[in-house]
Design a binder for this molecule. Structure first.
Ligand code: GTP
Ligand code: MG
Length: 148
């Protein structure tokens, strides 16, 4: 099944939003397949956001991501990449709908609490980068109650 990489950024960890965020993905019906708290080095953060390296906000973005520990996760489910981005909300919290994570818990674009892969291809690359050791292999017994 489709997988995505979700990261709770340092502000989300510091503000005690880890449980709330995990709960939203769980309640939706997605399966947690990888989870770890880690502090990443500058070069690692630069690699994760390499596609944005030419942007003026890139140095600030890297400083933000290395400012404290993050929670790295792999979530699995039908259309989880696109639906995960909907649960997260628009990049700029000023434009994120209420009910989304950024709409409910963030104000500024540079403190927007959470990252989600933007495509199946990015998800594949990001899962390989963040979980080189691999992820858990388990199946939920709830599957027939979530999928028809
Ligand atoms: P991620 O899930 O974190 O990748 O966000 P996104 O896919 O919604 O947006 P994008 O990949 O374009 O940008 C990555 C991150 O850079 C955003 O989540 C913001 O934290 C930051 N960012 C993007 N655009 C801006 C900007 O114009 N100004 C500032 N300060 N930060 C930005
Ligand atoms: Mg992005």
């Amino acid at each position: 099944m489709e997988q995505t990489f979700i990261m709770i950024k340092p502000d989300g960890v510091q503000r005690g939003l880890v449980g709330e965020i995990i709960s939203r993905f769980e309640k939706k019906g997605f399966y947690l397949k990888g989870l770890k708290l880690m502090a990443v080095e500058r070069s690692f953060a630069e690699k994760h956001y390499a596609d944005l390296s030419s942007k003026p906000f890139f140095p600030g973005l890297v400083e933000y991501i290395i400012s404290g520990p993050v929670v790295a996760m792999v979530w699995e489910g039908k259309n989880v990449v696109v639906t995960g981005r909907k649960i997260i909300g628009a990049t700029n919290p000023a434009e994120s709908a209420p009910g989304t994570i950024r709409g409910d818990f963030a104000i500024e674009i540079g403190r927007n609490v959470i990252h989600g892969s933007d495509s199946i291809e990015s998800a594949r690359k990001e899962i390989a980068l963040w979980f080189p050791e691999g992820i858990a292999n388990w199946e939920s017994n709830l599957h027939p109650w979530i999928y028809e």
